[in-house]
Write a protein that binds this ligand. Structure first.
Ligand code: PEP
Ligand code: MN
Length: 358
């Protein structure tokens, strides 16, 4: 995916990130137009609406289907906004392209399925149209699967591609509807810096009040834009009502966002970074010393026919180190993760000794 291009010539406007907004689902012409008018007044340039809805269980509202396309066309004609919808198979692509939709996205349940993504990619190639396509992360936290979906679309001749982070399903109840595992989109950005990265705070949070903090977090992490669910009357929405806001509330949220300027690097920031570089080197030195001692212990255990892992000792280390870390103001879970990784490497090195290593 070497020559990925910007999604649109203008990525942001009025000191705002790229914003795609609109209802979870198209419900009626009135609902679409009322929502679109409010959004257009606030300067939103791209209108989203789900025409076909992937529902977890049968029996829910599965979208209005193709009757919604003339409504989308009206939105475009009246407000001048570009329009966007979700596609999940070849027929969706063909109907949406025929209807003149400007941007397509592939939903999370679909991007987890290589057969479905390939079918969509084939339909895009056959259409010969150069339309921007956004690929949501798969429901499961699998970066390679996400990249695979992006590549399938790219290989079909689509070069304006964006990735949407909408969080990952997790079993049980959590504050988020879908857990934001930020390191995954950030690794995606590291590998493909030109890819447009968009955050979907509505589907991550699942609640109106989480839209603002999640949006700010995304911008702080260098995301290019947001896709937010907005409905003229959220309490009566036919799907995802808890996570939709009116266009007026969305305007307040967008106005409060602080856009960071990634190009500004001050001298004091450079100095702090040098400190971090130095501290990281010290960390490496200390870890290396610790591994040398672990190997020494490995030799001792081997000589005395002792097993590599002694559970009691590991539990004791965990408990008192985590406690010390918490006393210093660090997060206990963070320290457990660090200590487990160090322990795993120590065990690996001791096993090497057992297998005849030095
Ligand atoms: C949507 O954006 O309406 C949608 C269905 O999202 P997701 O694929 O993230 O669940
Ligand atoms: Mn939704």
């Amino acid at each position: 995916m070497k020559d990925i291009q910007a999604l649109f010539p203008i990525q942001s406007y009025n000191d705002r990130p790229l914003v795609i907004a609109g209802p979870c689902s198209a419900e009626s012409e009135e609902q679409m137009l009322a929502t679109a008018r409010g959004l257009a007044r606030n300067g939103v340039k791209i209108f989203r609406a789900g025409i076909w809805k992937p529902r977890t269980k049968p029996g829910g509202f599965e979208g209005v289907g193709s009757v919604g396309f003339p409504w989308l066309a009206k939105v475009k004609e009246e407000t001048g906004m570009l329009t966007a919808t979700e596609v999940a198979n070849r027929q969706h692509v063909e109907v949406a392209l025929d209807a003149g939709v400007d941007l397509l996205w592939i939903g999370s349940r679909t991007s987890a399925n290589p057969f479905a993504v390939q079918e969509i990619a084939d339909a895009l190639r056959d259409s010969g149209v150069d339309i921007p396509v956004l690929v949501k992360n798969p429901v499961n936290p699998d970066l390679e699967l996400w990249i695979g979906a992006l590549e399938r679309v790219y290989n079909a001749g689509i070069h304006r591609i964006g990735a949407i982070h909408r969080g990952f399903s997790a079993y049980g109840r959590h504050i988020y509807r879908n857990m934001p595992q930020w390191h995954i989109p950030i690794e995606l950005r590291r590998r493909y810096p030109a890819l447009t990265l968009i955050c979907d705070p509505s589907h991550i949070g699942g609640k109106r009040e989480l839209i603002a903090p999640l949006s700010q977090q995304a911008l702080d992490m260098g995301f290019d834009g947001l896709i937010v669910e907005s409905h003229c009357n959220p309490d009566c929405a036919w799907s995802d009502k808890d996570q939709q806001v009116t266009p007026e509330v969305l305007e307040v949220i967008l106005d409060a966002l602080v856009l960071r300027d990634s190009a500004v690097t001050t001298e004091s920031l450079a100095m702090l970074r040098r400190q971090i570089d130095g501290l990281d080197n010290e960390l490496l030195e200390v870890l290396n010393k610790r591994m040398a001692v672990s190997r020494e212990i490995g030799r001792y255990k081997k000589e005395h026919s002792m097993p590599v892992v002694q559970i009691g000792r590991h539990d004791e280390i965990m408990q008192n180190r985590v406690k010390s870390a918490e006393d210093m103001g660090m997060d206990g879970d963070f320290m457990r993760t660090v200590l487990s990784a160090i322990h795993e490497e120590s065990v690996r090195q001791q096993i090497e000794i057992f297998n005849g290593g030095k």
